[in-house]
Design a protein around this ligand. Structure first.
Ligand code: OKP
Ligand code: ZN
Length: 348
């Protein structure tokens, strides 16, 4: 496997997130990636590379340019409010819910922050923009290598991306690496691209970005939003709109009853839709928070199940890019991710 490692990931290391009314240490931490890197290096056989330069033009075709400007300048604005802010992460505290206006962009930093963010669990700090931007560069580099003829590549990066929408951050995600990979594949000549999100949580950001487009099919298998984060998107009746009608497939499952057999049946259903769509390339937002030991999620998957997950995905016989998303059981995360990639290679 070709692995494009975002060496700048550790510039993003949030201190605290809001949980049930108090602050707890961030769940999405640098060691997550380090455990994955260590396991992949231990197994050997991978080719490692650094990302090329970031591509802000391409990024502007995935995210709203006003949102990108906000993210790029957020830290400078934050410390301009008060130099003491440098010791604290940025978190919003007011949001424009229905009944309030979305069409005005407030001048106040706190007003814009709430406009562009949907939760209180995604702290931003001095290095967030640089880390996330380098993450998109990893996704672009991985996608370009695959477009140039590689079978597959893994963008090993954090913060994750699949919750980041066109002009929205949250769920520990700021820039949507998987969407950037899909856009790169399109611009490199693939007529139709599919995204198959296997993270435990619904890929609301990727759905948002491609919802009105007919050239990218988005599929997500996830904990049912009636009971699972992000709650407000991810239902089965969301099928796409306009040119994108029929190009979004949500496969929500109840985590209470789901075990690997049921989850794997959903994976096969997603892959059938991808084959019917006629995708020429595949992007897999790869989260392993479906693992039985995950502290914030889980579908009861065992480490060995991830070999089968990779093998089944390989059955699509599509050039594939994996992006690293969730997975919070650090003791299992390396083995689980490496098993998906090894299973994929064994299945090709
Ligand atoms: C990210 B990924 C709100 C925070 C709630 C959010 C979980 C994000 C999961 N205070 N937790 O899909 O693994
Ligand atoms: Zn997740």
């Amino acid at each position: 496997m070709l692995i494009v490692l975002n060496g700048r990931h550790c510039l993003h290391a949030g201190r605290q997130e809001m949980y049930r009314g108090h602050m707890i240490p961030c769940v999405e931490k640098p060691s997550r990636l380090e455990f994955v890197e260590a396991e992949l290096r231990l197994r050997g056989g991978s080719e490692w590379m650094d990302p090329d330069e970031a591509d802000l033009d391409l990024l502007g075709r995935v995210h709203d340019p006003r949102y990108l400007d906000f993210l790029a300048g957020a830290w400078a604005e934050w410390i301009a409010l008060d130099p003491k802010n440098a010791e604290t992460d940025i978190l919003p505290s007011a949001w424009p819910m229905p009944g309030l206006r979305h069409d005005v962009v407030p001048l106040a930093f706190a007003g814009r922050l709430g406009l562009f963010c949907f939760d209180s669990g995604s702290p931003m700090m001095s290095g967030t923009w640089d880390a996330a931007l380098a993450g998109t560069a990893s996704a672009i580099t991985a996608a370009r290598r695959v477009a140039a003829g590689r079978t597959a590549a893994f963008a090993l990066t954090r913060p994750p991306g699949h919750h980041a929408g066109r002009a929205l951050f949250g769920g520990y995600c700021f820039l949507n690496n998987a969407a950037v990979a899909a856009q790169t594949l399109r611009e490199a000549g693939a007529a139709r691209v599919a995204v198959l999100d296997v993270d435990f949580h619904h890929g609301n950001g990727t759905q948002d970005i491609f919802y009105r487009r007919g050239d990218v099919l988005t599929v997500s298998i996830h904990g049912h939003p009636l009971t699972e984060y992000p709650f407000y998107l991810g239902y089965a009746d969301e099928r796409g709109e306009g040119a994108g009608e029929g190009c979004n497939l949500n496969l929500p499952l109840s985590p209470k009853v789901s075990r690997f057999a049921e989850w794997h049946a959903a994976l096969e259903e997603g892959l059938s839709a991808i084959a019917r769509f006629g995708a020429e390339a595949l992007v897999v937002p790869l989260g392993v928070d479906t693992y039985k030991g995950d502290p914030i999620a889980g579908f009861g998957l065992e480490s060995e199940d991830y070999l089968k997950v990779g093998e089944t995905i390989a059955g699509a016989r599509l050039p594939s890019i994996f992006t690293f998303e969730g997975g919070y059981a650090v003791e299992g995360i390396g083995v689980n991710v490496a098993n998906v990639l090894d299973g994929f290679e064994a299945g090709r």
